[in-house]
Design a protein around this ligand. Structure first.
Ligand SMILES: C[S@@+](CC[C@H](N)C(=O)[O-])C[C@H]1O[C@@H](n2cnc3c(N)ncnc32)[C@H](O)[C@@H]1O
Length: 167
């Protein structure tokens, strides 16, 4: 283990005020794989775009075609990656947690809670239980992960709604 394992507690109580999963999504959850992911995709795209331009200028059609295909593949991968980290994983975890059919009085431990995405989705299902998150908050695994980020997201996701919640 490269860091000190620490934890946040009693998220369940705070998060129980919110509108459930949609309230949790109001938080900020960073990028899985760390902030390095975006510049890596950016550099790849810039390199491929430069190659396409060079190939067109020098009438190297097959290189231009190959580089264009690679650029589309990289663009698609970037879009899919960011969709998964910002939206897709919430849909998957919502399904997984729903399938658990929690009664609402359980204790849940989320090891590797990051910025609290799964922890808070679980906490909303535990009005009488408790959700505890533990993490070493390693930045290369998720950008901006910290205990403070979890606590911030718990507050954002648990603000009393101005309109009645619809689930
Ligand atoms: C990809 S993030 C996912 C975070 C969160 N579960 C989510 O879905 O947003 C993985 C998290 O696991 C944490 N982690 C990695 N190794 C760990 C370990 N040995 N013990 C506790 N946490 C760990 C990282 O710090 C990071 O926050």
């Amino acid at each position: 283990m490269t860091g000190k394992l620490t934890h946040v507690e009693s998220i369940g109580e705070a998060a129980a005020w919110g509108c459930g999963d949609s309230a949790v999504r109001r938080g900020r959850y960073g990028i899985d794989g760390g902030a390095i992911v975006v510049p890596v995709f950016g550099v790849l795209q810039a390199g491929l775009a430069g190659t396409v331009l060079w190939a067109i200028r020098h009438r190297r059609r097959s290189i231009a075609r190959l580089a264009s295909i690679a650029a589309m593949a990289v663009g698609g991968s970037a879009a899919s990656y960011l969709y998964s980290t910002w939206r897709g994983k919430f849909a998957v975890w919502t399904e997984v947690l729903d399938e658990l059919r929690l009664r609402g009085n359980e204790n849940v431990l989320d090891v590797g809670c990051g910025r609290g995405a799964v922890l808070l989705l679980a906490a909303h299902r535990l009005p009488e239980g408790k959700a505890v998150g533990a993490d070493i908050w390693r930045r290369r695994d998720q950008s901006g992960n910290s205990r403070a980020a979890v606590e911030h997201n718990a507050v954002v996701g648990s603000a009393r709604p101005s309109r009645p919640c619809r689930r």
